[in-house]
Design a protein around this ligand. Sequence first.
Ligand SMILES: *Cc1c(COP(=O)(O)O)cnc(C)c1O
Length: 369
Amino acid sequence: MKFNPVIEHLKTYEPGKPIELVVREFGIEPSQIIKLASNENPYGCSPKAEEAVRKAAELMFRYPDDTMRGLKSALAGRFGVENSNLIIGAGSDQVIELACRAKLYGGAKILQSEITFAMYQIYASQCGASIIKAPGVAHDLDVMFDLYREHEPEIIFVCAPNNPTGDCLDRVDIENFIDAIDRDTLIVLDGAYQEYAAYKDGSKALDPAAMIAKFPHLLYLGTFSKAYGLGGMRVGYGIADEDIIKGLYKLRPPFNVTTLSLIAAEAALADEEFVRMTLKSCFEQMKEYEAFAEKFGIGVIDSYTNFVTYLLEGVTDSTELSDALLRRGIIVRDLKGYGINAIRITIGKPEENLRFFEEMEQLLDSGEK
Ligand SMILES: *Cc1c(COP(=O)(O)O)cnc(C)c1O
């Protein structure tokens, strides 16, 4: 079969390994497997969201409310924007896809940091665009600005905090950067981990309402997959000037978010206590990860997310280490594919983290890896 030449060489996303795979490959009991690979909330989601979904199960035969008024109004209230400033997607992934399709074509360009969320370049490549990467482990806005001047990309992606490294730019620096970019270049500002960053350090907290009022070329992204624990429901959103939202809406498939997902997200958004509990636990446990790293001479990137990145240069090989952990039922993310000798570990519950430390200690001590 001959395909559109654009898709011939496309790379596809490699998701974190599912628990089922480890059960099948290594014969480990599901209860003995710890998944710290996909930045899911280890506490699940708000019990109120579960309850709301259970109650709404009888609505499954109907098409969703395509105006999404319930969730839109809740988000509008939370952020202080109008419903017309919002688009809701099947994960913020879908909003990234729509943004790419709205701006890109064969020969267009995107600009991103070298080590960042893999979906930007995947969706952009699907549109035939080429990818300009600013080198470095963290976002360097000066380098990005120079590359912007040189290449005049159609979209610039900024991920704050960044996945898979966990570092985060300051709000002021992001705003100055956006202000210096011409108004026809779309800035996609990915705030998938903003709840975590805002909790840890106010100077990293973004205010999407104030930003879109100033910047008509800004699309801010948020998701229910991380702090809200609804990865399986696929709900994310974009906040932008009405003009951008209208453009994205032209490409949006009807009924792109299911009834149960909309209901779950709305209930999850209302349960602030649950989110606070998960944020508190995350950063308490993060200290344990930092202490462990220090003890074994492992480098850590200061993280503003629900994961921590261990830099393993001079300690061990990230691929061998993650494979050895996998055989012991612990799933982490090897970052070798991003060009760094590092692993990314999602912060789990205290007992899960303890298991991780125990297995790591044995592997590092034994020299087995
Ligand atoms: C998880 C994640 C997303 C989106 O996740 P969805 O489940 O599609 O909402 C977007 N950006 C980054 C950086 C992420 O880590």
